[in-house]
Ligand binder design. Structure first.
Ligand code: COA
Length: 196
């Protein structure tokens, strides 16, 4: 799926992608370094190589989003459709710069992704969360509620077995079944962002 179709899907979703001077769009390779910097500033996110961010910003642009304000990247979501699960979306990392948090931007970026053609077949959102990441749990519980979907979790990548004690256990979180692409989220439960 190309960016032209993405743009059309975004337009169909209304002006939501340009509210309050923050533009949501698929990344390009030119965003890679700024994405790397944002992730570095958003603990406890793992820092990966800049090269990996460049691959996400190019090969996986249709399933990633950047939030741009005045030319600066202030938000980022990376993810992909798992090769063996074409009806799912795996959300890898979500990051919002510290100054922009608590105003609904992360929620808005995920909604933007699910309005795209690239995710029209996605009926399950998959992600991983460490037990102590309260903001992340709240974000995904809110997403599940807004879609009327169940959230389930279980330990997946274990601190000792998989991370050799170097990283907290990541819980596999699945949210679904999600309504078909044409269905809008229940805005009464979707946080309204109020960036000024
Ligand atoms: C997680 C993160 C992306 C949330 O971004 P955000 O734009 O502030 O999120 P939203 O404003 O859309 O809020 C979503 C929900 O989380 C809640 N929330 C946000 N920050 C919170 C916090 N620190 N503690 C508890 N709940 C929090 C909000 O109240 C909202 O819940 P509601 O809809 O019930 O009101 C941001 O805190 C961040 O970048 N953290 C560092 C990186 C990280 O941990 N990423 C997640 C792991 S991949």
């Amino acid at each position: 799926m190309g960016h032209v179709q993405d743009a059309a899907a975004g337009a169909a979703a209304g002006d939501a992608s340009q509210r309050n001077d923050i533009v949501l769009r698929p990344p390009t390779a030119a965003d890679g370094a700024a994405v790397w910097d944002l992730v570095a500033a958003c603990r406890p996110l793992d820092q990966n190589s800049l090269y990996m961010n460049l691959i996400q910003c190019s090969h996986f642009a249709d399933t990633c989003v950047v939030a741009e304000r005045d030319g600066a990247i202030v938000g980022w979501v990376s993810g992909h459709v798992p090769p063996n699960q074409p009806d799912a979306y795996f959300l890898w990392q979500v990051a919002v710069g510290e100054n922009g948090r608590g105003r609904g931007l992360a929620t808005r970026m995920i909604d933007d992704l699910f309005a795209r053609d690239a995710l029209k077949h996605a009926r399950t959102l998959i992600t991983t969360i460490t037990p102590g990441n309260a903001a992340s749990w709240a974000l995904f519980r809110g997403f599940a509620k807004s879609r009327g979907a169940a959230l389930r979790d279980q330990p997946w990548f274990d601190k000792d077995e998989h991370f050799a004690g170097r990283h907290d256990t990541e819980h596999l979180v699945t949210i679904g079944p999600l309504p078909a692409a044409s269905a809008s989220p229940d805005m009464s439960t979707t946080r309204k962002e109020s960036l000024t």
